[in-house]
Each structure stands twice: as C-alpha cells, then as structure tokens.
Design a binder for this molecule. Sequence first.
Ligand code: OKP
Ligand code: ZN
Length: 344
Amino acid sequence: MLIFHSDNTRLRQARTELHDGTLVAPFECPERIDLVLKHIQKTAVGEVREPKSYGLDPVLAVHDAGYVNFLADCWHEWVAAGHEGEAIPNIWPARTMRGDRIPHTVSGKLGYYALAAETSITEGTFEAAMASKDVALGATSHTLATGEPSYGLCRPPGHHAAVDQFGGYCFFNNAAVAAQWALNQGKRRVAILDVDFHHGNGTQQIFYERDDVLFISLHGDPEVTFPYYLGYADETGLGSGEGFNVNYPLPPGTSVATWMATLDNALGQIKQTQCDMLIVSLGVDIFEGDPISAFTFKNSDFEILGQRLSSADLPTVLLMEGGYAVDDIGINVVNVLQGFKQGI
Ligand code: OKP
Ligand code: ZN
C-alpha cells in the first residue's frame, strides 16, 4: 500500500482553539503527522511518497471561488487590518440577519465563510490546506492508475468543509476534492464512507443533490455532539440525490459491536448502489482514548475495521480526518492499513 504525505501540511500551526470557553493549544496539530509517520516507518506498512502539486482546479470543482479567494487572502488581510493574534470569527449572518451580503472587511468575511469559531486562520493555513488536498489527490491518482489501495496522510482534515464554509479544523474538503477528481477521470459513482467520530457535514452538503456520490456516515449523534446542526438520520438527499445520503447517528459510548453492525449495513448499501470506487474519510478519533470524542474503539478494533473496508472489494483511497494527539493514533492508523492488506 502506498502512503502519501507532504511536509507542507506542517505549515498549519495554529496557536489557539476556542474549546469549551477557553483558548487552548489546538488538538489538530502537526505532531499528529509525526505520530502517524513514525509508526508507518517503524512497521514498514507501506512506502511513503510525496504528491505532486495539482493546483487549484480540482478544488474549484467542489468549492466556491469566492471562498477559495477568501482562504488565500484572509491571513494577509487580517495582518493588514492591524489585528493581533489569529483570525477568528466572532459574528455570523445568523438567522435574524441578512445572509445575502458578503462584507468587504476581513472580519465580515470571516463570519460569512466560517461555520464554527474553534478554527483560527493563521500564516501558512492556506498553504497547508493546499498540501493536504494534494496528498488526497496523489493517493487518488495512484489508486485510479493501479487499482491498488492508498492512504493519504491529510492534514488539515476536510470533512467539515462545505462548498463555501470552513470550520471543525477543515478548509478544503479533501475527500470531496478526491471524489470529484475520480469522477472527472472516468469513475461513474464514488462512495464516500465517513467513519470519523464527527459527522461529515461538509461532504454531505457538497453532494446532497447528486446521485454520482453516495455519502454514508457513522458518527456521534449531533443531538449531543459537534456539529449539532447536521447529521441526522432523516437527511437522505434531495432531488436526484434522494437516497444517496445516509446518516447513522450513534450515541456516545456506542459499543464496537453495534458500530461494526452499522458498518456492515453501510457496506451493504455501498454494494447495492453500484459504486466503482470507495473513498474512506478515516478519522481515528473513534478510539476510546481520543481526547474530544466518545466512541470506544480499542487498538485491535482498527484492524477489524481495515479488514471490513477491504471486503467492499473496490478501488479504495483512505484519507486521514480526525484522531488527536495521543500516541495511539499511529498504531490505530497502521492497524487499519494492515487489516486492509490482510483482508485482500
Ligand atoms: C474535527 B474532526 C469539543 C467540541 C468539538 C470541534 C471538533 C472538530 C472535529 N468540545 N470541537 O471531525 O475530527
Ligand atoms: Zn472527528
């Protein structure tokens, strides 16, 4: 299995995250990459490659151009405005105000293009987001060319990023960029299976009215967990997308047995829907020791996850989403990859 990684993903080095009322050191930090890479090298689970640059066109195929320009310019505009600290929104076009205007000032644009306040924009954020989608595209290109599985060590993650909104640590939706790329290269229907603890609201929104991408997500019930306003079971797609969006909200503390039974349903739906490629939004924050999540996976359960994913018997790209800085994230990622290889 080939593994794609870019050192430029380290350029995302925020200092602050607004977490439960306090500015803390961000959970989504460059050390995550080190922990995973270290274990990949130690176990020799696969060869690590650097992707080429694919430019902005694959991003513009799923994201709004004004949004992409905003991300490219935000940090410079923030500095030029004389603000100190990191670019963090503190007002939104909430339900009682107008949502049809995009203000020209950076503070106004921040609220317009943000869906949450925990994710600051800093020097290097845009460059790291570019590297992260290149990692996803490098992995996808390899799988398209060979049929072999690949893993993309994406960071920052992507699944909360919508057509024109960032948040939940995400800027470009790496899995969505990869899926659209695969369709443009000739695939007919791509399944995106999101196993991160948090609902992939961005991926859902991007493909909600389409039948060429099947989005299925297992996640903590949004009634009680981030992102709260999307990810419910009654969201099944719209128009020609009806039936191509499937949410499995699960209560915090859900047993691995229940989670695996739910995964089997999801894999059955992928089979029925006649997809010709699988992209997995692989958040390993379903680990019992994850600092911000509430599922109960142990190290060895990740191997079983990998085996089951390979049973879909499709060209597969696994892309990193969440999974926060505890030593086990390297073990958990490698266990998925090893399980996947065994399963073949
Ligand atoms: C990103 B990914 C915790 C609130 C959660 C944001 C979580 C973003 C998760 N008190 N804050 O899906 O792993
Ligand atoms: Zn997550």
